[in-house]
Design a binder for this molecule. Structure first.
Ligand code: SF4
Length: 385
């Protein structure tokens, strides 16, 4: 049988765009959902014909807002996956959910369809901040969503939280963290806001028409608070922005950070299978038209030289606290990382920013704080000379 992989399914529909979002998602075009789900099922069949009937280790419904799908639509996608691939019995099957779209009935139907992990986009427990960043839900709805998920039988929940929001202070962030911890999720993702060009929030910050972003000192205080509160509550940080109770790390995301193979299905999805990296059109109409034609759909991704791939392997792997698999790097590229980055790695180790064992290359806690600088140094040395 062909090697196992993971499957990412992109659902690009949202109720409306959040003010900070530059993901491939569209508000107000729900009338296309039915045709889109049909296309996803047809694409799964076509990709299986191309790549073979593989074992599937993890499935991730991301978006967009996958919880705009009905239970029946999710079931159809899961049936297509189960028909054309072998979904492992222990597969982690995650669905991202927006608290403004979750109902008891939908959650029960997702469970019945095989979804066993829910990642809820809570973002903040402050209603003023939620409104300021254009979220469609309130804090009360987020709390209710967690309650409904538990009642539906989900025992593996992630909550997504954001910090560094306009007008947010360390005290407000503390209240969000404490309210999230009170819900006892198995996993927490804490992302700092990235101001993306072209988004309404970016324009508002530039124009001074919203509260200012927290300064560096406030951001440092929020970082320190995150570590302190989550450590004390029994969560372990295993990636720059991700914390989990023992055994509850997100297996699907680890596939990305380890640069293991995954099939991307749907508009704007990316994938990497058998060393081939591809991306799909973000245009929903064009996607639906080409969904059964992987030769047309799987457009080779740019930036795919051997050097790009080595750098990406390091960039992704170093996000994890355990670091990059140095042995696999050497096997795949025929060179050890310390040969590729023969100046940077020893220097970083001397500076206390990196540690290297026979198996792995990792950043220290101090190295994590200056990760962008470390990567820039690696990029500058690259390709090794
Ligand atoms: S719900 Fe998520 S994908 Fe949709 S607009 Fe908001 S941030 Fe973007």
């Amino acid at each position: 049988m062909n090697a196992a992989f993971s499957v990412y399914i992109h659902i690009p529909f949202c109720v409306k765009k959040c003010a900070y979002c530059d993901f491939a998602s569209y508000g107000g075009c729900m009338e296309q959902m039915g045709a889109y789900v049909d296309a996803v099922c047809r694409e799964i069949r076509a990709q299986a014909a191309l790549f073979g009937k593989r074992r599937v280790k993890t499935v991730f419904f991301g978006g967009g807002t996958p919880t705009l799908m009905t239970g029946e639509q999710v079931q159809r996608v899961m049936d297509a996956l189960g028909t054309h691939f072998y979904i492992e019995e222990t597969a982690e099957i995650t669905m991202e959910g927006n608290p403004g779209t979750l109902t008891a009935e939908r959650l029960r139907a997702y469970q019945a369809a095989g979804v066993n992990r829910l990642s809820i986009g809570v973002q903040s427990m402050d209603d003023g901040l939620l409104a300021a960043i254009g979220r469609i839900h309130t804090t009360a709805q987020a709390v209710q969503a967690v309650r409904l998920a538990r009642e539906a039988g989900f025992d593996n929940l992630n909550l997504d939280l954001m910090y560094g929001l306009p007008g947010q202070t360390a005290q407000i962030w503390r209240e969000t963290l404490e309210a999230a911890l009170a819900l006892a999720p198995e996993h927490l993702s804490c992302y700092s806001l990235i101001l993306e060009e072209g988004t309404p929030l970016c324009a508002a910050v530039r124009a001074g028409t919203c509260a200012p972003l927290p300064d560096e000192e406030e951001m440092d205080a929020m970082d320190a608070l995150t570590a302190k509160l989550l450590d004390a509550a029994g969560y372990t940080r295993y990636e720059v922005s991700n914390w989990a109770k023992p055994g509850r790390q997100c297996r699907h995301n680890i596939v990305y950070w380890e640069c293991e193979p995954y099939l991307g299905v749907g508009a704007a999805a990316h994938g990497e299978v058998d060393g081939m990296r591809f991306e799909h059109t973000a245009d929903i109409g064009e996607y639906i038209k080409n969904c059964e034609n992987p030769a047309c759909l799987n457009r080779p991704e740019g930036n795919n030289t051997r050097e790009d791939r080595m750098f990406e392997r390091a960039m992704m792997g170093l996000r994890m606290i355990c670091g990059m698999d140095a042995q696999r790097f050497a096997q795949d590229f025929g060179q050890e990382p310390q040969t590729v980055w023969q100046r940077t790695i020893p220097q970083m180790i001397r500076d206390g920013l990196m540690v290297m064992t026979k198996e792995r290359l990792a950043l220290t806690r101090r190295g994590m704080d200056v990760m962008n600088g470390v990567l820039t140094r690696m990029m500058e040395e690259f390709p090794g000379d």
